[in-house]
Each structure stands twice: as C-alpha cells, then as structure tokens.
Design a protein. Structure first.
Length: 159
C-alpha cells in the first residue's frame, strides 16, 4: 500500500496556497510506513534543506490533513519509494508557483513542487496515467488530491 498525505498548516503561506488553489490543501507528501514524509518544499523544515527530502514525522503541524491509502502491488510500492529516493536533493521549483497564474510548465526534470512530485511518483508506478487532461502547471495540491482519490480502491481519512 502507498500513502499520500495532503495538509494545510496554520500560517499565511500555507493558507494562501490553499485559498489560491480553491481548496483546503496546500501541500502533498508521500508517507512511509514509519511515518516519515517524502516531498518537495521550498523552506528549510525538519532539519532538512529545501527541495526533495525525506522529513521526520513531526516536521510540520497541520491544521488539517487527509491521508490517502492506495492499493498497490509489492513491486509498485518498491518502485514508488525508489523513485522518491532517486529524487532526493533535487531542488524545489520556486518559479513553478507562478505557473498557476502564468502557465509555466513545472514538469522540468530535476525541479519539483510538492504536487507535481507526488503525481510523478504515482505515474512512475502506473497508478495515475501520463496523459492527463490538465496541463502540468494546473496540478495544485487540491487537484493532486482529486487525482489520487480517483485511483481504484483508494481510501481516504480526513483528520
């Protein structure tokens, strides 16, 4: 099984992203069985630099979160985590946030924002198709959550 977590934090930046993306989420992570989180962030949190990192369980304090549990084969799960490990240290694409307004394509290899990385990781194991209707610059945390919620057999829990 693969778990993806969407959150919003109680701070101006997080709440602004959630508002701008017309939903209740501002960040997406992949959640390990031990409770650590892989994701792309633009700030230094959890003792880790910006970019794609594995962060500790308590690296942020969400005011709202939803956890998606996605059925997967053992091979898909292993490949999913291998994808994240292969991305470790890749930079955060700060300019991609402007893509919401200016149609910038944020799927440039080696540069990630949280929602693009989450979708790419699921595409890498054939859980989300590559031929999405939306252009890449429109996959906000909320849209990523909608795509994940459409995976066959997924279950989600809001906390």
């Amino acid at each position: 099984m693969i778990r993806i977590r969407g959150v919003v934090e109680r701070n101006f930046a997080s709440e602004t992203i959630a508002w701008f993306s017309q939903g209740h989420l501002s960040h997406i992570d992949a959640m390990t069985d031990s409770g650590e989180f892989w994701g792309a962030r633009d700030d230094k949190v959890g003792g880790k630099p910006p970019g794609v990192q594995k962060r500790p369980t308590d690296y942020l304090k969400p005011s709202y979160q939803v956890i998606f549990t996605i059925p997967s084969t053992e091979l898909q799960e292993q490949s999913f985590w291998a994808w994240w490990e292969s991305q470790e240290g890749k930079p955060y694409d700060s300019e991609a946030i402007w893509g919401f307004a200016f149609d910038r394509n944020w799927t440039q290899p080696g540069w990630w924002i949280c929602s693009a990385a989450a979708i790419a990781s699921l595409q890498s194991v054939d859980l989300i198709p590559f031929d999405l209707y939306l252009p890449p610059n429109k996959i906000t945390p909320v849209v990523a959550a909608l795509l994940v919620s459409g995976i066959k057999g997924v279950k989600w829990t809001a906390l």
